[in-house]
Design a protein around this ligand. Sequence first.
Ligand SMILES: *Cc1c(COP(=O)(O)O)cnc(C)c1O
Length: 350
Amino acid sequence: MLKTFRGVQKFMITLEAEIQHEQLFEGSLAALENAQFAFSWASGLAATQAVIQLLEPGSHVLVSEDGYGGTGRLFRQLFSRYQIHFEFLDFRDTQEIVERITAKTKLIWLESPTNPLLRIADIAAISKKAKSLGAITAVDNTFASPIFQQPLSLGADIVMHSTTKYIGGHSDLIGGALMLNNSELAEKLRFIQFAAGSINSPFEAFLILRSIKTLAIRMKKHQQNALAVASALQSMPQFQEVLYPGLSSHPQHSLAKKQMSGFSGIISARLNGDLNYVMSFLTKLKIFTLAESLGGVESLVNHPQTMTHASVSEDLRLKLGITSNLIRLSVGIEDSSDLISDVQQALLFD
Ligand SMILES: *Cc1c(COP(=O)(O)O)cnc(C)c1O
């Protein structure tokens, strides 16, 4: 960690008090991913925006098609106007990704596990191939958290986090972070951060530092609870399908086990029923709160079709399988038997 601080310090000619603040905050973020450099941003989307600002007009970018809805919106509706060409693909198929890399491909934007379908991409295989063909790989590691997945050690160039989620952990702040080891890219990102000014407020930096202290223990409990809830849902006839990378029934469970040391706290599931049934289930839940966010200590439930992924076109939603009966749970750190009972009571008809 001390080494990290020296690395960051090299770029800074500023007041000593500010140096100490940046050392503590961005140094702690870097340490989470075992990285040499970290840069904090006003939000996860601001962090993503900074990565795209590394590119020249004319660049081609490959993107996970099943990913955070806001990332797709940022790429399709904003950056495509600046002659950056985004191609959205199914990242479960490594071969397909590799074949799509051309001389113009400068960036691979990878999410794993994805939101909301919890698909897994082979980070090591894709990063290695991309590197050999001259493209950098950035991984949105928000869902896994640095506790369960370390993309830099798998060969990725940049790790992105929405610190709003697990790293913050209490649904009371908005922030983003980029972690990396490449000093050339770090210098460019430091300039973007300095020139564009999209940074955390001091109070949010303080909150994130507070949160980092409990990250490891929170993640352990999130994962324990998620495994208990996912197993319980699987045995309930009202659920058609349960998607959780930690279940042996997950089609990519072995790849998940290979590159992750745990499976985090997000579960998606399909109910056996129409939209009315799903809506009644969602409103009957008492411990799971209906909300878009995730990664906090309190359990949340989300309906991707009408909430987080409403900005995704209907065609793409259908292609991906974001159907009206799909729900996404962000399992908190409550007692797992309370969470399972809550689901059971919400499934009962009045
Ligand atoms: C929330 C989220 C983001 C965006 O982060 P904000 O902090 O809300 O801007 C990006 N990726 C994933 C996977 C997310 O869950």
